[in-house]
Write a protein that binds this ligand. Structure first.
Ligand code: MG
Length: 399
């Protein structure tokens, strides 16, 4: 029986994780749940899964809940509360599905407490990949990817006589290095709502249009990232850290059907792909069950019915976020931290209706232009760069 703490349980990944748990009561139980502010849903989940420890990041929402907390429930409040829950004893694995940079400290707390992490929050690796992977190695824990592309790559790598960095021991022999086996990673991208529509005038794109993802139902932040294709830029950086592959060897290919979730090209010219219907529970179930597989009541993928799968190159001119992400990685150090922070602020500003859709990447570019990256930053320098970039982005964006 594996005991799980789920951070961000009221969001799309959190809800899907609980569905996987509910389908395998003999394998998984939930020992802790955390949300940002959705306390009603949190109470329902705690009741349904018999959870006794919960955390609410938003202090006001936590204070309101405290007055009417059901007997037997322990409530932790604020970001520190979420961190405490992530590092608490009694869990085997922490599922992190918090939105954005908010996931960093809880993930580090889980790693330092010796817990494996199932990671949906890619921003954690974008902002602090080098130090998170270092901590992982120092504490001998595993990071299992929940992002569907990274789950696909992780699954394909299981077939090679090679252990991916995210689950490898720090003292693994040199033949376990990725470059000895892998030529390229190919990340597939649906392209979001706009890749197939070159006629769309980005200056006029509304929030509602940008949130209309063709294949996946997801949270608001990642839906906008998909529409700008920054999501794929962030995923290049995420893959670089999880699998220890140079970013130049990570390519993006548009695949509108979202059936092939990513591919690995090995040095012998062989490509392996992972295919499944676009359902996040596939990746979640694999992360929770690894290295095993668990049966699921999934409808079979009917390839004959699908008929054709399409692939196309991304358009770097219409989607400049891809190049911005590569530029940040080439600069290194705190540059990806700044890219991520500026993106988080710009996306929020767009969702509030205060900037245009292209305003998102214009802001990120300007903040990157002003940044002096610091190499191999410690956590303090990462947090400082994050705060600086948020202030700069807020200053540059319309109030
Ligand atoms: Mg993804």
């Amino acid at each position: 029986m594996k005991s799980l703490v789920i951070l961000g349980s009221s969001g799309s990944i959190g809800e899907n994780t609980l569905q996987v748990v509910a389908a395998h009561p003999e394998l998984f139980r939930v020992s802790g749940l955390a949300v940002h502010h959705a306390t009603e849903r949190l109470l329902e989940q705690a009741r349904q899964f018999g959870v006794t420890r919960i955390a609410v990041a938003d202090r006001q929402a936590a204070a309101q809940l405290r007055g009417r907390l059901p007997a037997g429930l322990t409530l932790l409040a604020g970001d520190e509360g979420v961190e405490e829950l992530a590092g608490a004893t009694g869990a085997d694995m922490v599922v992190c599905a918090l939105v954005g940079m908010a996931g960093l400290r809880p993930v580090l707390a889980a790693i330092r407490a010796g817990r494996d992490v199932a990671l949906a929050t890619k921003e954690v690796l974008v902002a602090a990949g080098e130090s998170v992977m270092r901590e992982r190695e120092a504490h001998g824990v595993r990071i299992l990817p929940i992002d569907s592309e990274h789950s696909a790559i992780f699954q394909c790598l299981q077939s090679a006589a090679f252990t991916p960095r995210c689950v490898r021991a720090a003292d693994a022999p040199p033949e376990q290095r990725a470059e000895a086996r892998i030529r390229r990673l190919l990340l597939t991208a649906s392209g979001g709502p706009f890749a197939a529509h070159p006629e769309v005038d980005f200056e006029k794109v509304t929030v509602r249009e940008a949130l209309q993802h063709p294949n996946w139902t997801m949270g608001r932040k990642i839906s906008i990232d998909s529409a700008t294709m920054m999501n794929k830029g962030l995923e290049i950086i995420e893959a670089r850290w999880l699998f220890d592959i140079a970013t130049d060897a990570i390519e993006v290919v548009i695949h509108p059907e979202s059936i092939v979730h990513s591919l690995v090209e090995f040095v012998d010219g062989s490509l392996l792909a992972q295919l499944s219907p676009p359902d996040m529970r596939v990746a979640i179930r694999y992360a929770l069950s690894w290295p095993d597989r668990q049966s699921a009541a999934m409808p079979p993928l009917d390839l004959a019915q699908i008929g054709a799968l399409h692939f196309a190159p991304p358009d770097p001119v219409r989607f400049p976020c891809l190049a911005l992400a590569r530029r940040a990685m080439a600069c290194g150090g705190t540059a990806p931290t700044v890219l991520n922070a500026a993106n988080e602020v710009a996306v929020e500003t767009f969702l509030d209706g205060r900037t245009t859709f292209p305003g998102i990447w214009h802001c990120i570019e300007k903040v990157l232009d002003r940044h002096q990256p610091q190499p191999s930053p410690a956590l303090e320098a990462i947090l400082e760069a994050d705060h600086w970039a948020r202030r700069e982005a807020a200053r540059l964006l319309p109030q």
